[in-house]
Design a protein around this ligand. Structure first.
Ligand SMILES: *Cc1c(COP(=O)(O)O)cnc(C)c1O
Length: 389
């Protein structure tokens, strides 16, 4: 018992999941038609206060559609973070656009100061368009990721976007439930501040539908187009007429049944995550070289993932991960920088410094909502008592 395996992040399915999924199966509504899909869309829109929501197959397909409805095409540049999961950036390539990689700030999210400097020094703003001098291409959009559930600095990023007429796509795949508690955006949720936002319900996210995603926006025309594109762009139901190239991206009723049950528990999941975060934070305070990264001030985070910085600790990042693993605790390093991955090495990366630094020291530690107080105690004690190698 003492040494049971503690996974990094696993689903918690102890609410109405079985009941709703059973109902979906018993009524025969297992595919993309069925009452749970619309119900889940309504519940998410209600929860994050948007004009609507469009359910899709996963976060990746949601981001693909978000770029399309934002009008990003093969002639455009999109500014993207390098410190993120690669699925945030791949959709930029799906639409044939060019990514340019930006650095992060101490929240691990896109650094607005460097974005601003890039716009000022590397681009020219004329006729309402921001043109990158090197390529002569238009910078059309910012793709912002709310890393680990923390909020990117949306106040600064939106100011830059407004000044240079950039669309803002929020990859809020990790951040459903995160919102501003103060300032100009008080009460506004991650994913709802820019032009279009996307959530993911992959197995390791804070709520899951097995696989699934949701597109949200305050722009009704965007929502309408997103629904159209995710459902094969059918313009006539009876005669099967289609007015664009659409996609088969709609969520199924089984997924949505899971989603409705999971959303009912989201606030309680966030409370548990916050408690576990605080417990770790307190434990690590006594240890030299260990530090849990903070939430941006003025934010209610969803505390999705916990990032432990091992800078100046007796073990380096890889040794920490190995030590945990030897003791039946799963942990992992942060993602390899996207700008350094094989398909992206030829794309421009602008002044990447902090991302390299955080890459070197961050270890993600267990954060599931079914993690017990005793589990956090065991993990903290392990690392506090870690022998130097
Ligand atoms: C999970 C995730 C995605 C992709 O979501 P899927 O539902 O797995 O397709 C995209 N971006 C980030 C930052 C993610 O963490």
């Amino acid at each position: 018992m003492e040494n049971k395996f503690i996974p990094l992040s696993v689903p918690n399915l102890k609410g109405n999941e079985l009941k709703y999924v059973t109902e979906a199966i018993e009524t025969g509504w297992v595919s993309t038609a069925g009452p749970y899909v619309e119900k889940f869309e309504e519940k998410v829109a209600e929860y994050v206060h948007t004009k609507g929501a469009v359910a899709c197959q996963n976060g990746t397909s949601g981001l693909h559609i978000a770029l399309l409805v934002s009008g990003v095409n093969c002639e455009d540049i999109v500014l993207v973070p390098t410190l993120t999961f690669i699925a945030a950036v791949n959709p930029v390539k799906y639409v044939g656009a060019t990514p340019i990689f930006m650095d992060c700030d101490s929240s691990l999210c896109m650094d607005p100061m460097k974005v601003e400097r890039f716009c000022q020094e590397e681009c020219e703003f004329k006729d309402g368009k921001l043109i990158e001098k090197k390529s002569g291409k238009r910078v059309k959009a910012l793709l912002v990721v709310h890393v680990f559930g923390n909020m990117a600095d949306m106040i600064s990023l939106m100011r830059i976007a407004n000044r240079y007429h950039l669309k803002v796509i929020e990859d809020a795949t990790e951040a459903i439930g995160t919102y501003y508690t103060e300032g100009a955006y008080a009460g506004q949720y991650a994913g709802t501040i820019g032009d279009v936002g996307v959530y993911s319900f992959n197995g390791n996210k804070i709520i899951t539908t097995g696989g699934g995603g949701m597109i949200v926006s305050q722009n009704e025309a965007f929502l309408k187009e997103a629904k159209h594109l995710t459902t094969q762009a059918k313009s006539d139901e009876i005669y099967f007429m289609h007015d664009e190239i659409g996609f088969n991206y709609r969520m199924t009723n089984i997924q949505a049944a899971l989603g409705v049950a999971q959303l009912e528990q989201l606030e309680s999941f966030i409370s548990v995550k916050k408690e576990r975060y605080m417990q770790y934070k307190k434990a690590f305070q006594q240890v030299d070289g260990l530090n849990l990264l903070e939430v941006r001030s003025g934010i209610r985070s969803n505390y999705w993932f916990f990032a432990l910085m091992c800078e100046g600790f007796i073990l380096n990042r890889d040794e920490v991960i190995k030590y945990f693993s030897d003791n039946n605790v799963q942990s992992r390093p942060i993602w390899g920088l996207v700008s350094e991955q094989i398909p992206y090495r030829k794309d421009r990366a602008y002044m990447i410094e902090k991302a390299k630094y955080y890459w070197k020291y961050v270890v993600n530690i267990p954060c599931s909502t079914n993690l017990l107080v005793e589990d956090v105690q065991r993990i903290s004690q392990l690392i506090i008592n870690a022998p130097s190698k």
